[in-house]
Design a protein around this ligand. Structure first.
Ligand code: PLP
Length: 395
């Protein structure tokens, strides 16, 4: 038996465990029994174009074509439409033959790690990070090297990144807008990171791929922007998902995109195809491939997230908590009033509040509050948060 695999299966992620706990509590006491801020499940419906495109596809496509296999990498017409959209949006060359449709960002990341990393290679990950990165990277046999972003705003720590790069570094993975902090990598940061990586590539004498995990790319507030690394750094690979932008997490659709300017782009793409094949990730869900061309550039309404974000940040900081002001995604990263964030969760549970301690994201002392819930749930939870703050003597 493969003990590493068994370990990953036997120990569910902390987020999943909390989600199950919330489900049990709700079953016992009704929906109002618990304020569940654990899971990044979009709470707003997909844009109207998604439903319209689904109905159209079902009504107008011959069933065997609708549900049949596509090529392993996905329908060429769909890949071309995505490439054209990205190219128009970011003003960069995008090659549809370097785009591979996947079952969400999770499969995209796994395929890229499988393509780039050999056992013993080092992968730099910016913490705090999406906890599943560790599972995907360990499966690829890589050594994970964590570089913590700079508090209080969790911007990139370029000095530490520079120090962490060795001749074994094969990739650097970053996620912007960030889960769990809501931080967004700015143009200046991206330009400086690209300069650093180019210099380090020369030093170590091999490519260092920049892997951008971008499922929250369009979830951005206050008129900010998410610059694309494609425009800054040649050795870029994008992992994207429609889970959040189109509110389709259960449908499992996303892609890997290798920059046409990347070193050995074609060979790298072949590696992505091979790794995806070895993992069994061929032919992403056909129906959801088919609706994409009609939905590119569309985004679920951000109004509820934005209002929740402002209300929660405003209320919690007025109660005396300290939090990172979220600029994107739908998470609030709150400083735990005691060093042990799990102890903070235990006290919050007594008030009916559930959130995720930051330890599983690779940093101690914070909790992640997923505010992708209804506005009513945010409002209803505020007295419980206030009582929790009072218990800690904040304010
Ligand atoms: N990357 C990050 C940062 C995420 O937050 C998530 C999901 O929450 C994923 C990847 C996986 O996304 P998908 O549902 O597309 O597999």
């Amino acid at each position: 038996m493969n003990e590493v695999a068994r370990e990953h299966g036997a120990h569910r992620s902390v987020i999943r465990e909390l989600f199950e706990y919330a489900r049990e509590k709700k079953a016992e006491g009704g929906a109002g029994a618990i304020y569940d801020f654990t899971l990044g499940n979009p709470s707003v419906p997909p844009p109207a174009e998604v439903t319209a495109a689904l109905l159209r596809a079902i009504e107008t496509t011959e069933p065997t074509a609708l549900h049949g296999y596509t090529t392993a990498a996905g329908d060429p017409a769909v890949r071309r439409a995505i490439a054209d959209d990205l190219s128009a949006r970011y003003g960069v060359e995008v090659d549809p033959t370097l785009l591979y449709l996947t079952v969400g960002a999770a499969a995209a990341l796994s395929a890229v790690f499988g393509a780039v990393l050999s056992p013993g290679d080092e992968a730099i990950v910016i913490s705090p990070y999406f906890p599943e990165y560790r599972v995907f990277l360990s499966h690829a046999g890589a050594t994970v090297v964590e570089v913590t972003a700079k508090a209080p705003d969790f911007s990139l720590d370029l000095e530490k990144i520079g120090e962490a790069i060795t001749d074994k570094t094969a990739l650097l993975l970053y996620n912007s807008p960030n889960n769990p902090t809501g931080a967004v990598v700015s143009r200046e940061e991206l330009a400086a990171l690209s300069d650093l990586l180019r210099a380090k590539e020369k030093e170590v004498g091999h490519p260092i791929y920049l892997v951008a995990d971008e499922p929250y790319r369009e979830l951005i507030y206050d008129g900010e922007e998410v610059p694309s690394p494609l425009a800054y750094y040649d050795d870029t690979v994008i992992c994207y998902s429609f889970s959040k932008s189109l509110s389709l997490p259960g449908e499992r659709i996303g892609y890997v995109l290798v920059s046409p300017r990347a070193a050995e782009a074609k060979a790298l793409y072949e590696g992505v195809m091979g790794a995806a094949r070895a993992l069994g990730y061929v032919c992403a869900p056909s129906l959801f491939q088919k609706i994409l061309p009609a939905c590119l550039g569309k985004v679920s309404s951000l109004e509820t997230y934005d209002r929740n974000r402002k209300k929660l940040y405003g209320a919690l900081t007025s109660y005396g908590f300290t939090a990172v002001y979220p600029r994107g995604a739908f998470y609030l990263f709150l400083k735990s009033p005691e060093a042990d964030a799990t102890a903070f969760l235990a006290r919050a549970k007594a008030h009916g509040i559930l959130f995720v301690p930051s330890d599983s994201f690779g940093v101690p002392g914070y909790v992640r509050i997923a505010y992708c819930v209804s506005e009513k749930e945010i409002e209803d939870s505020l007295p419980a948060f206030r009582a929790l703050a009072e218990e800690y003597g904040l304010n």
